[in-house]
Write a protein that binds this ligand. Structure first.
Ligand code: ARG
Length: 583
């Protein structure tokens, strides 16, 4: 595989430059394919050797490149070595490339393809806690929560594939004054019957009522506000009646969400929430005080001075003037609690970018408190989704988006008449619809905003999740039809066509792509890699038919197709997409 060849080239470089071969691994990379042009397999970056001190940076870089290229000897593995501009190109013996790349498949090692790469040795290992989704109880679900859910799931899957032990956590917005309003509002407008039938809908309605009442210039609204304060105080004092109503709200909401997460193929190890840390938040305030970090502002609130000059020009409020804590105070408590409970090696928070400053302040305060592990915490921000609408209008609940994705997909499948041979077309449409949502979301940089577009994301031909699924299903059907033809052995010299070499050259990049995604936590590298793979597979379907070929050729081609199929399926699973076998 890629590692095998990278190692051989590194050895060669080590011998020539009298240097440990490991130092060359990061400077070597598989070359991405260019249109209509044959590409070398690997390239060595001379500037990277200069910056790591292996070559002097004072010399002329092109001269260095050419000198080194001429010193390196070709052999039976590396067939051709040539100097490019600032890079040295390496071409691997074609037969060996085919043989090594396709060797792991068909030996029950398919799933590990690309995952045992030595490139991953430099990544952080150990326990990764990923916090994602984290919706607010009784509030409208917004596109941001869907983004957080699928991005967090991707990060958790990726880390897990690379050998980390992963804790998946959902941190619910289940505390704060709004629960006072909700509790009080439920007393006036709520109905237990409706709550049980359709909890998210009903709690949302109650909330809406409350919101309208509170913002109305009527004399009753003071009563409601007072009732809300009372209810929240009862909650804070753990009074059983208030607590049990709140608990009911929380439980039925979690149940409902779990149902949706299941449809999305997402799960959590822990359902935590702001409510878990209300008492600890007060302890945090005391710790801040005893460390001399808590200041009182002119408004009487408790603040932490985050300015570099100590002149309170930049502060973060951690305590209201009435002594109650805030979102950030609970986050401080939650982070400290998690480090004690789970001993994580890194913690990742996934939210929209409007919270970037919140997390920046959170980490700053933790460091000021002496928690050096705050350096191992990371916020992954993402942009806004514009125009997420369903046929019935603005999206209120996540479920509506999932239903619509499924129904539109089912409609497309019916029109293309592909549903006939399926056992459960609705289930297939659901999986394909969700992959369309995910791929649309993951194609660009996470930080960018994008516009939601049903028609574009459901296209069967463009760079969509539907195209990934379609390619996978087509490969599965080819493999099914030729059951019994595939053999343990195949002749690599029957796979030397450019179409086949292109696929293998592309697969050489797989571990680098995963490595890149693991570093910057951006799914776009993997998504674009898989889309490109699907385009290459489409050419191979046209140019390398299995049907009608001689037994040997058919066997070799099937090996190529099944290798490509398993990398595609593994990559899709990391993205959080369930590959379908028929569509
Ligand atoms: N519930 C919050 C929201 O919907 C997101 C929570 C993010 N996580 C955290 N630890 N603050 O905006």
């Amino acid at each position: 595989m890629a590692c095998f060849f990278r190692r051989i080239i590194a050895e060669k470089l080590g011998r020539t430059l009298q240097h440990s071969e490991d130092a060359f691994i990061p400077a070597l990379s598989a070359v991405p394919l260019f249109k209509k042009q044959q590409t070398p397999d690997f390239k060595l970056s001379i500037s990277s050797l200069r910056s790591s001190g292996i070559l002097p940076s004072s010399a002329d870089i092109q001269q260095q490149t050419e000198d080194l290229a001429s010193q390196l000897k070709q052999d039976s593995v590396v067939e051709d070595i040539s100097a490019g501009s600032g890079v040295i190109n390496f071409k691997i013996n074609r037969k060996l490339l085919v043989q090594k790349m396709l060797e792991p498949f068909g030996k029950e090692e398919d799933e590990k393809f690309g995952l045992n790469s030595e490139l991953f040795n430099t990544l952080k290992k150990g326990t990764t806690l990923v916090e994602y989704s984290s919706p607010n109880i009784a509030k409208k679900f917004h596109a941001g929560h869907l983004r957080s859910t699928i991005i967090g799931n991707f990060i958790a899957n990726l880390k897990q594939s690379l050998g980390n032990s992963v804790i998946r956590m959902n941190y619910l917005g289940d505390w704060g004054m709004q629960f006072g309003l909700l509790g009080a509002g439920f007393g006036q407008f709520g109905c237990q019957e409706k709550l049980k039938q359709n909890p998210l809908q009903h709690l949302f309605e109650v909330n809406l009522h409350v919101y309208v009442q509170v913002n109305k210039e009527a004399e009753h609204n003071e009563d409601l506000k007072q009732a809300a304060r009372n209810f929240f105080r009862q909650l804070e004092q753990h009074e059983s009646e208030a607590v049990s109503l709140w608990q009911q709200f929380r439980e039925i909401t979690v149940d409902e969400y779990q149902h949706i997460y299941k449809r999305l193929g997402v799960h959590f190890d822990i359902y935590s929430g702001e409510s878990f840390h209300q008492d600890q938040a007060q302890e945090v305030v005391q710790q801040l005080q005893s460390r001399g970090l808590l200041k009182t502002s002119e408004k009487g609130t408790g603040v932490v001075d985050l300015s570099s000059t100590g002149d309170m020009s930049s502060v973060c409020t951690v305590l209201r003037s009435d002594g109650t804590t805030l979102y950030i105070t609970r986050d401080l408590a939650a982070a400290i609690d998690r480090t004690e409970k789970y001993c994580f090696d890194e913690m990742i928070y996934v939210t929209d970018k409007s919270q970037a400053n919140h997390f920046h302040q959170l980490f700053q305060i933790l460091l000021a408190m002496g928690h050096s592990w705050a350096d191992r915490c990371r916020h992954v921000p993402f942009g806004l989704v514009r125009g997420m609408k369903t046929r019935s209008g603005e999206v209120v609940f996540l479920e509506d988006v999932l239903d619509e994705a499924r129904d539109r997909m089912l409609h497309n499948m019916n029109q293309a008449k592909t549903t006939k041979e399926m056992d459960d077309p609705k289930d297939t449409a659901e999986k394909v619809g969700i992959s369309a949502l995910i791929v649309q979301d993951f194609k660009g940089p996470l930080q960018s905003d994008y516009t939601f577009d049903w028609d574009r994301m459901l296209q069967a031909q463009g760079d969509t999740g539907v195209f990934l699924q379609y390619t996978h299903a087509r490969l599965c059907s080819l493999i099914r039809k030729n059951e019994g033809v595939e053999a343990a052995l195949f002749d690599p010299s029957l796979l030397l066509e450019q179409t086949s070499i292109n696929i293998l050259q592309h697969l050489l990049r797989y571990d680098e792509v995963l490595h890149q995604s693991a570093q910057d936590l951006q799914p776009k590298h993997l998504v674009n890699f898989l889309l490109k793979l699907c385009h290459l597979i489409a050419s191979a379907h046209r140019e390398l038919p299995v049907k009608g070929s001689s037994q040997d050729v058919a066997q070799a081609r099937l090996r190529l197709f099944s290798g490509a199929c398993s990398v595609l399926a593994n990559g899709m699973r990391i993205l959080g997409v369930t590959p379908v076998e028929k569509m």
